[in-house]
Unconditional design. Structure first.
Length: 115
C-alpha cells in the first residue's frame, strides 16, 4: 500500500512500479495495476519481476539490477508510443532496487534545446 506521503503517485496518469534489489515488486500505482491486469495486477506485489520477463529481457534486467544501471527506451504497442524509464532507487545513499516508469507519449512531439 502506498504510504500517505506518496499518495499522489497512486492516481498519477503513468505506470509506476517499484522493486527491491532482488526484483521483488514492492508497490505499483493504479496505472501499473491496469497495465498488468492480465498478469494479476496488484497480486503481483510480492512476486519477482524477473519471473515476468522471458530471455533476453530477463538477463538484461538482471544485469541492470546487478550493476545499478538505467535502461531507457521507447516502445510502440497497441497503437500507443511509450517511454520506458527503468532506474535504480536509493535510500540514504544505499541501493534499494529499481523503479519502472511507463509514460505514454505522442508519436510526434516537440524537442527543445535549451542553454
Amino acid at each position: 500500500m502506498i504510504h500517505s506521503e506518496y499518495s499522489w503517485i497512486k492516481e498519477l496518469p503513468l505506470e509506476v512500479m517499484v522493486c527491491d534489489t532482488d526484483g521483488v515488486i514492492l508497490e505499483m500505482n493504479d496505472e501499473a495495476e491496469m497495465l498488468f491486469a492480465e498478469d494479476g495486477g496488484r497480486a503481483l506485489i510480492g512476486k519477482n519481476v524477473l519471473d515476468c520477463h522471458p530471455e533476453p529481457a530477463r538477463g538484461q534486467l538482471e544485469h541492470m539490477m546487478d550493476k545499478q544501471l538505467k535502461n531507457i527506451y521507447t516502445i510502440e504497442k497497441n497503437g500507443k508510443k511509450k517511454l520506458i524509464y527503468q532506474t535504480p532507487w536509493y535510500k540514504d545513499g544505499a541501493y534499494f532496487g529499481f523503479v519502472e516508469l511507463s509514460i505514454e507519449i505522442p508519436f510526434e512531439m516537440p524537442h527543445f534545446v535549451r542553454d
